[in-house]
Design a protein around this ligand. Structure first.
Ligand SMILES: [Zn+2]
Ligand SMILES: [Zn+2]
Length: 305
């Protein structure tokens, strides 16, 4: 999308104008004849373009996205029409990076800053339909670098580094080399995120989770959730005393969805193993909703998968 936007900017054409002119609708997901039409218009190879855009699929009623060969479920993970970016990277390289399409890649390891999901000047949500890569579609001012760089949680940087590498060509850094549990390497990107989400989406005081009611959460909230989740996963490997602190802080429905609908067999087995390891499976009477009561279930008392 960034190459397309750059091509359009060079010709002073808005993306909405082009899509309307081509009669292919406003969806940013390109496939089949729509993808070929856009590739032809931009003068690029359609296979090359397909590899570098998010593809949306539906298979046996299951809707998922494919990103550089990795399959992910959309909820919370694909930013779609609300992109994010690192202003410094865009200024330096003149393009947006594919990993930024994933909401869980919320930080730039190179510049140690959160990705921007809003214009720093007018607070408008960033859109693809802008005049140039580095300019806000609403106020037309160049994007300023994130002002929150000093506060980026370390876990968000480590996670963003790992996912960015996994979306590229191997070899990539092992999770444990970045201070994360080594068994995350065996999971798909989607599965690893669901585990971290399950352990990180509930705040310390067990307040309701922001993202439960939203299609997308901010880069700041995502960074805090990842950091919390990774810290708690590391606690699993420490001691039973540490593990006891996790009671009521693991989101069971997320683990149950992973156990049932995980993208790979390893994802599903890991979901089941985590539920079993901590005795976390909810009683049948509670499966359809409602949080378990404090102390109702046993603690983590065996090893993580
Ligand atoms: Zn950057
Ligand atoms: Zn703006």
């Amino acid at each position: 999308m960034s190459l397309l936007l750059r091509t359009l900017a060079a010709n002073r054409i808005g993306m909405d104008v082009l899509l309307e002119h081509l009669g292919i609708g406003r969806s940013i997901y390109l496939a089949g004849s729509r993808l070929r039409t856009v590739a032809w218009t931009a003068g690029i190879d359609s296979d090359w373009l397909q590899q570098r855009t998010v593809q949306r699929h539906t298979e046996a009623g299951d809707r998922f996205f494919v990103l550089a060969g990795h399959r992910v479920h959309g909820r919370l993970l694909v930013r779609g029409a609300c992109p994010q970016l690192c202003a410094k990277c865009v200024h330096a390289g003149g393009c947006c990076l594919l990993p930024w399409e994933l909401a869980c890649v919320c930080a730039c390891p190179l510049h140690n800053s959160l990705l921007l999901d809003r214009c720093q000047r007018c607070r408008a949500v960033i859109r693809w339909n802008r005049q140039a890569l580095d300019v806000c579609h609403h106020c037309q001012w160049p994007f300023a670098p994130s002002s929150e760089s000093a506060e980026v949680p370390a876990g968000a940087i480590r996670w963003s580094t790992w996912i960015t590498q996994r979306l590229g060509d191997p070899p990539y850094a092992a999770a444990c080399a970045l201070g994360m549990p080594r068994w995350l390497d065996g999971l798909s990107i989607d599965g690893a995120f669901r585990v971290v989400e399950a352990f990180g989406c509930i705040e310390q005081d067990a307040r309701p989770v922001e993202h439960r009611s939203q299609a997308l959460i901010s880069a700041r909230s995502m960074a805090q959730m990842l950091d919390r989740g990774l810290n708690r996963l590391n606690m699993l490997e420490v001691s039973s005393a540490e593990q006891r602190q996790l009671v009521d802080l693991v989101d069971l429905p997320t683990l149950e969805r992973l156990a049932k609908y995980g993208i790979t067999e390893t994802d599903r087995l890991t979901g089941r193993a985590l539920l079993r390891a901590g005795g976390l499976r909810r009683p049948k009477s509670m499966r359809k909703g409602g949080r378990r009561q404090r102390g109702q279930l046993s603690l983590f008392d065996s090893e993580a998968p």
